[in-house]
Design a protein around this ligand. Structure first.
Ligand SMILES: Cc1cc2nc3c(=O)[nH]c(=O)nc-3n(C[C@H](O)[C@H](O)[C@H](O)COP(=O)(O)OP(=O)(O)OC[C@H]3O[C@@H](n4cnc5c(N)ncnc54)[C@H](O)[C@@H]3O)c2cc1C
Length: 387
């Protein structure tokens, strides 16, 4: 044996980050999670706490005033916030999702315009790819952008935008060449500011879960932005948007792992306390086996998430399979584990007096957004068949 063998062991700074975030989440985020869910209000307390700690957009490079956290560290942060409140974990997660197209393909001027405001916590950014009629088939989007002198003019509506209304910045994918032979070559990406003329936020969706995170349509009506707010070259926007997802699907996996861990922790405490037939329900082997399966699945999901994040950090080729696998596996685990946690609480689990029903509702979205789990399986099988 060799106690200093460091393969499959997180470095000390990652372990320290986990402890710091867990402390902050337990103290400043968890106490407001049920209230934000109950009243369907933005988790302002979490935003304040994360921003003050420099954790709201922890992935932003030091050159732009950020912490420069690597992909694994960012996943750990999101996981620990999600363990307390899934909705709050969307603050760092969507800041990464919205800003990554700029980080991957934006001009230096665009980076300087947007990234420092995210790093300081002064602003948030959303990612606008989906439309009502273009979800899984996002290349069929109808939002248009045309160049008019030294401005781009956007028209259309994006749907399901996380953070809409709270975000200052929006990364928006729109069709710039409707006649492109391949749809992917006709789509470009832009950065829109909430004060840009012709931009408006629609009504908030009434959702099953993650109620502390606003989701809404955003409308563009002759929305005029400076020409240099395009991300990369015209016609590269969808490629950038999809490359972004290869980097951010691990973060949704991390969110799912955090939700599942929160549910397991709550269930462990409950089964030790709750007594039936004259003994703790934890003394039943049928309950113990459920706990074992929950813990086993979470552990497997966590490893897959960290490996996918590490591979994304290294910028490895062929990230599609492992990123999709991490998101798909971890979110399926979160759904199973949270459902089992409700089961272990019995009738109490079905009430809002305990957090596990919220965790079960919150877990469901991780199987849907950033591509449904069917689409993740399409991505994985395509790569397998390509060889
Ligand atoms: C709360 C919430 C937040 C969101 N946040 C954002 C955001 O910030 N930015 C953003 O751009 N989008 C966001 N989305 C949109 C999300 O990514 C889409 O809802 C998702 O991609 C699915 O698209 P859809 O809803 O149109 O479903 P559809 O594409 O209509 O799919 C319906 C069903 O058909 C299945 N299906 C479709 N095509 C296939 C296929 N080829 N093979 C097998 N099954 C298939 C799907 O898996 C699903 O089960 C969010 C959605 C929600 C609900």
């Amino acid at each position: 044996m060799n106690a200093s063998f460091d393969l499959y062991q997180l470095p000390e700074e990652h372990i320290a980050l986990r402890e710091a975030v867990r402390g902050l989440a337990d103290k400043e985020i968890a106490p407001y999670a049920a209230d934000a869910d109950e009243h369907e209000r933005f988790t302002v307390e979490a935003y304040g706490a994360l921003a003050r700690a420099g954790f709201a957009a922890v992935h932003i490079d030091e050159a732009y005033g950020g912490q420069g956290a690597d992909s694994v560290a960012t996943c750990i942060l999101i996981e620990e916030v999600a363990r307390a409140c899934a909705a709050s974990s969307l603050i760092p997660a969507v800041n990464k999702l919205g800003s990554l197209p700029i980080i991957l393909s934006g001009s230096e001027a665009l980076k300087r315009l947007v990234l420092p405001s995210l790093a300081s916590g002064e602003a948030m950014i959303s990612y606008a790819l989906s439309e009502r009629e273009a979800g899984s088939d996002n290349a069929s989007m109808r939002t248009r952008a045309r160049l008019d002198g030294d401005h781009w003019v956007l028209d259309g509506t994006k749907a399901w935008i996380t953070g809409a209304g709270e975000s200052t910045w929006y990364t928006v994918m729109a069709v710039t060449d409707p006649n492109a032979t391949r749809r992917v070559d006709g789509i470009s990406a832009f950065v829109v500011h909430r004060d840009d003329p012709g931009f408006a936020v629609g009504t908030k969706e009434r959702k099953l879960g993650i109620k502390g995170s606003p989701t809404a349509e955003i409308h563009f009506t002759g929305c005029t932005i400076p020409a240099d707010r395009i991300i990369g070259e015209p016609g590269t926007g969808l490629r950038t948007a999809l490359a972004t997802l290869d980097h951010t699907r691990p973060t949704i996996g991390a969110q799912a792992v955090g939700i599942a861990q929160g549910a397991l922790d709550a269930a462990l405490a409950y089964v030790r306390e709750r007594r039936q037939f004259g003994r703790a329900i934890a003394d039943n082997q049928g309950v113990q086996f459920m706990l074992a399966d929950m813990g086993m699945k979470i552990e497997a999901a966590r490893h897959l998430v960290y490996v996918s994040a590490a591979r994304a950090e290294r910028g490895e080729k062929g990230l599609g399979f492992v990123s999709a696998a991490a998101k798909c596996f971890a979110s399926d685990v979160a759904m199973e584990v949270t459902t089992d946690a409700v089961q272990l609480f019995g009738g109490a689990g079905y009430t809002r007096d305990f957090p596990v029903e919220r965790m079960m509702r919150d877990a469901k979205i991780t199987q849907i957004y950033e591509g449904t789990n069917q689409i993740q399986r399409v991505v994985m099988s395509r790569q397998l068949l390509r060889g």
